[in-house]
Design a protein around this ligand. Structure first.
Ligand code: GLY
Length: 414
């Protein structure tokens, strides 16, 4: 397989789908035009109206590399090789045009012929009784039946949110080899460890979930797919974690350099530099899309990420503002195609600078207060932090509640 940069893989994906007749859209904003969501969490979000049949697309198929933010797994960011708050989702979409046969066979063609992944290491998962998907994988692609796994709703049904477009899905998994396994005797496709890596989710979007949970059939059969660029890049670059790809590594290296730590030598500092690298990307892209720190909505998430990154910086000795330094590196890695980063560079710097300075002043005092309180609770064998302390930390020292909870968790306090 040919080594490629993350940027080259993004372009390869877009070119592939353009060659199949898809219309190329630049990434849409991280702030969706949709009151049911805080952020664009997937490539299909900007096209919701086409799925619901409320608007008609001027072309029935599309391709994007979409900027996404997801914070539901924030506690795992930096702890695993794969979780991020900001990531790019490669996706192809069809509304009443190609369906399962093309979505599956073309995805296979892209991964095996264009990217060069080893077909013998690939598996597919399908929704329980999706015989059509089974037929395509088995009879058209030629994947042996024992490499096609059937899973239920938790694994193989994708929902945009509590309401909205959804449908059964088929995932493509890649066996990274026994050295990536958790070692449990049950480790197999579907295990949450890194051995069988989920690379691409193909959703057959046929329903609109209603408030009451019922599924209303959509007017057309649609396709929505999502593949994380960072994850694909890690496979192609043959590295163990997304953070070691060229999309992240310069950020990790810079964090290590300014903190004077060596990556790979200490689990705590590795975690800190990964969190900083992840959050620095989110901050840059969120501010470039017009989000400003505040106490609610998207602005609260921005504030929370920034303050979390500052605290992780303190843990590795970064006691002067440092977050702005990551911006030129992010621009070098992703300024093409994301020209908004350069256009908004000054604003991004100003917003980060102001917010970081503000929090830097109270972080130490707040941390001292919380450390004292945690020691006191431990001496008393008490595991619960007083709500008044959490409120003082929020109100006086600017600690988002989630940050207080996270610090308490680290010490076994609730
Ligand atoms: N919309 C498909 C996915 O996020 O996996």
């Amino acid at each position: 397989m040919q080594w490629r940069t993350g940027s080259e893989l993004r372009k390869l994906f877009l070119d592939f789908w353009i060659s199949k007749g898809s219309k190329l859209y630049p990434s849409f904003s991280l702030v969706p035009d949709d009151p049911t969501l805080l952020f664009t969490i997937a490539g299909m979000v900007p096209f919701k109206m086409y799925y619901l049949g409320i608007k008609q697309p001027d072309h029935p198929t599309a391709v994007t590399s979409q900027k996404c933010v997801r914070t539901n797994d924030i506690d795992n960011v930096g702890r695993t090789a794969r979780h991020h708050t900001f990531f790019e989702m490669l996706g192809n979409f069809a509304w009443g045009d190609y369906f399962k046969k093309e979505a599956i066979t073309w995805a296979w063609e892209f991964l095996t012929e264009w990217v060069g992944l080893d077909p013998n290491r690939m598996y597919a998962t399908i929704y329980l009784d999706d015989e059509e998907a089974f037929h395509v994988w088995n009879k058209i692609v030629g994947l042996p039946a024992e490499r096609i796994y059937r899973f239920g709703e938790d694994e193989n049904y994708w929902f945009m949110g509590n309401t909205g477009p959804c449908g059964p899905c088929s995932e493509i998994m890649y066996d990274q080899g026994p050295e990536f396994s958790c070692g449990k005797p049950t480790c197999d496709v579907g295990c949450s460890c890194d051995r069988y890596l989920e690379i691409w989710n193909l959703v057959f979007t046929q329903y609109d979930r209603q408030e009451d949970g019922s599924l209303k059939p959509l007017p057309k059969k649609n396709i929505d797919t999502g593949m994380g660029l960072e994850r694909l890049t890690s496979l192609v670059q043959n590295v163990r974690s997304d953070f070691e790809t060229d999309l992240f590594r310069p950020l990790i290296d810079h964090a290590c350099e300014i903190a004077g730590v060596e990556y790979g030598s200490d689990a705590r500092s590795d975690l800190a530099v990964r969190v900083i690298a992840d959050h620095a990307r989110s901050l840059a892209f969120m501010i470039a899309d017009g989000i400003l720190p505040s106490n609610e909505g998207q602005g609260y998430v921005l504030r929370r990420l920034l303050r979390r990154a500052v605290r992780y910086g303190r843990l590795i000795g970064l006691d002067k503002p440092f977050l702005c330094e990551f911006l030129p590196i992010i621009i070098r890695i992703m300024g093409d195609p994301y020209s908004e980063l350069m256009e908004q560079q000054l604003t991004i710097e100003q917003v980060i600078h102001l917010e970081e300075n503000k929090f830097s002043h109270t972080l130490e005092q707040g941390t001292n207060l919380l450390d004292m309180e945690i020691s006191r609770l431990k001496k008393q064998n008490n595991e619960t932090l007083d709500g008044d302390i959490a409120f003082t930390l929020y109100d006086t020292y600017g600690f988002p509640l989630e940050l207080t909870t996270e610090i308490c968790d680290e010490s076994g306090i609730l």
